[in-house]
Design a protein around this ligand. Structure first.
Ligand code: URA
Ligand code: CA
Length: 434
């Protein structure tokens, strides 16, 4: 077999066979096939696409390229949840304890933030003492004992994807639906959950800017699940503004705790209830959608989910008093308010620019090696649809260093679009694909 022939087949719009995909991906992972051939292949896939079967084969090959986690020692149907990358998306911190409090085991592997999007592992590290690096044994025992654990991905999960994603990132081949779908699903499959709920974002801050693109990505990932024998549900949700009001690590921990106290922003709360209900259904701890929604809502309202978070924090070495005392979180030193320059209604808050603004303050990483400041970020006072008057506060920057403050301020200013008329409301949840 020769790489050129495989590239040629895809270039002409042909269908690749399982042994060709294995040969190419495994050869690339172990260094036998060079970057330039995989780049050419990825570009051919970008233009020609891959069908359902090819996409599932690619996913399987990447999932099996490294360690695969065996969760069979955990009792019950394990559910995982993954978001395709939002801004201010604090859902995992809420869902893990919420779903566990409702009786479904949550074994969740999460990542760190990069660019304009944040990562759950960074957020959890804002909680004093919280350990995100767990041995597989500790991870499994935690889920059996308290129902939930959230840990960083181990080094060798889907190494083929790691290498290919880095290559796609510098060859303009990230935004290909089969490549995104196989990339995400390979890691989820290798992480071992029986059921997976995907939150596919659409809008300015998302990989898929358009609804049609997001829907196709959602459908492709659900199909991969069918092909490889995992239950997958995909929710398509709005990212035409950041989720909730807080963007930044400590700030989002606080927002998650507020939500678990029943005092969170409406959009974040509603999305969490929707996602939790899907997870509960996949986990077979409820019979109907209505029962799932009731169960999740009750656990939020009666403090059960908040107590589960406390347990989860203590179990992973953190100080659970943080739930009652936000001063225990890292605190930014300075505040700067961004004022509206005209009166009217907020039409849109470009999520990507808000994420970039937070990154400039130090809440996120421009490159993988950057250090982050857990204390800083942005608090949005006004959200889409809110009426504003000139001079009133739109948002507040919380910062430590003035280094990129001006640029962060400009980014946040330009993120807010204000117009005369009240905008039409976007739905928060567009679709559920299963
Ligand atoms: N997230 C991933 O893990 N992979 C992609 O290709 C895009 C988003
Ligand atoms: Ca938020």
């Amino acid at each position: 077999m020769r790489p050129n022939d495989i590239i040629e087949t895809k270039k002409e719009g042909g269908k690749l066979k399982a042994d060709e995909i294995d040969f190419l991906i495994n050869g690339y992972t172990n260094g036998d096939i060079p970057d330039y051939q995989l780049s050419a292949w990825a570009m051919a896939v970008y233009f020609q696409g891959m069908d359902k079967e090819e996409t599932a084969m690619l996913t399987k090959t990447m999932a099996e390229s490294g360690e695969t986690i065996d969760l069979s020692k955990i009792k019950g149907t394990k559910v995982d949840k993954h978001s395709t990358g939002g801004v201010g998306d604090t859902t995992t911190l809420i869902l893990a304890p919420l779903v566990a409090a409702c009786g479904a085991p949550v074994a969740k592997m999460s990542g760190r933030g990069l660019g304009h999007t944040g990562g759950t592992i960074d957020k959890l590290e804002a909680i004093p003492g919280f350990k995100t690096s767990l041995s597989t044994e500790k991870f499994i025992n935690s889920v059996n004992q308290i129902g939930a654990a959230v840990a960083g991905q181990t080094g060798n999960l889907a190494p083929a994807d790691k290498k290919l994603y880095a290559l796609r990132d510098v060859t303009a081949t990230v935004d290909s639906i089969p490549l995104i779908a196989s990339s995400i699903m390979s890691k989820k499959i290798a992480s071992g959950a029986d059921g997976i709920v995907l939150d596919v974002k659409t809008g300015d801050g998302a990989f898929m800017k358009t609804y049609d693109g997001a829907l196709e990505l959602a459908e492709t990932m659900v199909e991969i699940g069918e092909e490889v024998g995992r239950d997958v549900i995909a929710v398509v949700s709005d990212m035409n503004q950041p989720l909730g009001k807080a963007v930044g690590n400590s700030l989002e921990v606080k927002e998650a705790i507020d939500t678990l106290k029943g005092e969170g922003p409406e959009d974040l709360t509603n999305l969490c209830i929707t996602l939790a209900a899907q997870m509960l259904q996949l986990s077979n701890v409820v019979e109907t959608k209505e029962e799932a929604i009731n169960k999740a809502t009750t656990a939020l309202n009666n403090g059960a989910a908040l107590n589960k978070l406390k347990e989860m924090i203590a179990n992973q070495g953190g100080n659970s008093e943080v739930v009652d005392d936000y001063q225990l979180l890292p605190q930014g030193e300075n505040k700067l308010e961004i004022k509206a320059q005209q009166s009217g209604y907020v039409q849109k808050i470009k999520a990507k620019d808000v994420g970039l603004s937070a990154m400039l303050l130090g809440a996120g990483r421009a490159t993988k090696e950057d250090e982050i400041d857990l204390a800083v970020g942005i608090e949005l006072t006004k959200k889409v649809g809110d009426e504003v008057t000139a001079g009133s506060t739109l948002a507040t920057l919380i910062y430590d260093s003035e280094e990129d403050l001006e640029e962060a301020k400009d980014k946040l200013n330009s993120a807010y679009q204000i117009g005369k008329e009240a905008p039409e409301e976007n739905p928060l949840i567009y679709d559920v694909v299963k």
